[in-house]
Design a protein around this ligand. Structure first.
Ligand SMILES: [Zn+2]
Ligand SMILES: [Zn+2]
Length: 404
């Protein structure tokens, strides 16, 4: 169990371990740091999103430091081009899933570490309920859309997260704390906001493959970003309030960004305040009702479970991710319901089966519990296990967790 919900200061215990640093103890050197709390790290459950160059370095350090529990999520398999930046991988691992190999290697570093590898994209693999059970999320991603999803779910779950980003000459980390300061979306520039808006509106363009950037990077910059990220994680877990004056590290404020540049050489810190334009913050703080429904169930089954539990039947289930709801051919009137997460929809299937022309798509962010997609499994609509979903009828709305 994690001890989220208590402040870090309350979770802090001066245990016998802390007091009795000993040369035979693998954590001896760090225990000698005044205010260090090894038990706090042992009790912590950290979610690491992305097991590439930055994720490798982060996982390595979390295991070496004695963290207790790590969930790691990544969809990719190891390629030869990863090996120059991934200390956990070897040539013989090429072709295997990154999270499976990484989980084996960090478990070997610390056999007491509990590791949960999750193969898949973050958006459809890690629900907000999973994040709410974690003390901290570390984003080691190269995709804007995955970062946006991490950001929204962490704000909803009220779990702090730290984003890391790199290019060929600079490493940057951003601390997001739901209770204070700006978030990842607050910090985006107007161009990125336009890209986000387009993602949910221009249906035809969105049938192209999602962004897949390959950026030039080097292991040193990735390691720099990862080490800054883990150092900030240590600070957040050791402190987080002024009631821990003996904390060895200054807890970073929400919206704190640290950038290290190698050309020109420069270290810069900034603090991003919350933007009035940002729609990512959820102020309702309503705890979801857990339901025995799972992602293999449909919207209709979910509605039935809610009716059984709460006494009213929702007509609409809102989705985090856009889906391709319907395809229609302007040339020959051919049309049909689809019901697949937009990023999972193959562009090749946009062609009209009758005339071969490209059909136009309708995107949706919700599904009707008695509509044409009511029987589609929620997983196909991109809903992850332990998702928090908002459901509504004409009079009311509520939030539920898919706990089944
Ligand atoms: Zn924001
Ligand atoms: Zn056609």
């Amino acid at each position: 169990m994690n001890d989220r919900g208590r402040t870090p200061a309350q979770g802090r215990q001066i245990s016998v371990d802390d007091a009795a640093a000993a040369p035979g103890d693998r954590f001896d050197r760090q225990r000698r740091i005044a205010g260090w709390n090894q038990q706090r790290l042992r009790n912590a459950h950290v979610l690491v999103v992305g097991a590439g160059a930055i994720g490798n370095e982060v996982l390595l350090k979390l295991a070496m430091l004695g963290f207790g529990e790590i969930t790691l999520c990544d969809m990719d398999r190891i390629e030869h081009s990863n090996l120059a930046r991934t200390p956990l991988f070897r040539p013989g691992d090429v072709g295997r899933h990154k999270v499976e190999v990484a989980a084996e290697r960090i478990a070997a570093i610390d056999p007491e570490l509990r590791v949960h590898p999750v193969v898949g994209p973050f958006e459809t693999s890690i629900g907000t309920g999973t994040i709410a059970a974690c003390d901290l999320v570390l984003g080691c991603l190269d995709s804007l859309t995955a970062r946006l999803a991490v950001n929204r779910r962490c704000l909803l779950a009220r779990t702090p997260w730290i984003d890391a980003g790199i290019d060929d000459r600079a490493a940057s980390v951003l601390v997001i704390r739901p209770e204070q300061g700006g978030c990842y979306e607050c910090a985006l520039d107007p161009v990125a906001h336009t890209r986000i808006a387009r993602r949910y509106s221009c249906a035809d363009k969105l049938l192209a493959a999602p962004e897949q950037g390959i950026a030039p990077t080097v292991a040193t910059i990735a390691g720099l970003a990862a080490n800054l990220q883990v150092q900030l994680a240590l600070a957040l877990l050791h402190d987080g309030s002024e009631t821990a004056p003996d904390s060895p590290f200054a807890a970073p404020a929400g919206g704190f960004r640290l950038t290290v540049s190698a050309h020109p050489w420069r270290l810069r810190t900034t603090r991003r305040e919350r933007s009035d334009l940002c729609t990512a913050h959820d102020e309702t703080a309503e705890s979801p009702t857990p339901l025995p429904t799972g992602t293999h169930d449909s919207a209709r089954a979910l509605a039935a479970a809610i009716e059984a539990r709460l006494g009213w039947r929702p007509g609409t289930v809102f989705l985090d991710e856009p889906i391709v709801e319907r395809l229609a051919c302007a040339a020959c009137d051919e049309s049909g319901w689809v019901g697949v997460r937009r990023d999972d929809f193959p562009a090749s299937e946009a062609a009209c089966p009758r005339c071969g022309r490209r059909r136009s798509a309708t995107l949706a962010r919700s599904v009707a519990t008695d509509g044409p997609l009511a029987h589609t499994p929620l997983a196909r609509l991109g809903v992850p296990p332990r998702a928090w979903l908002t459901v509504a009828d004409e009079h009311r709305s509520t939030r539920v967790e898919l706990a089944g």
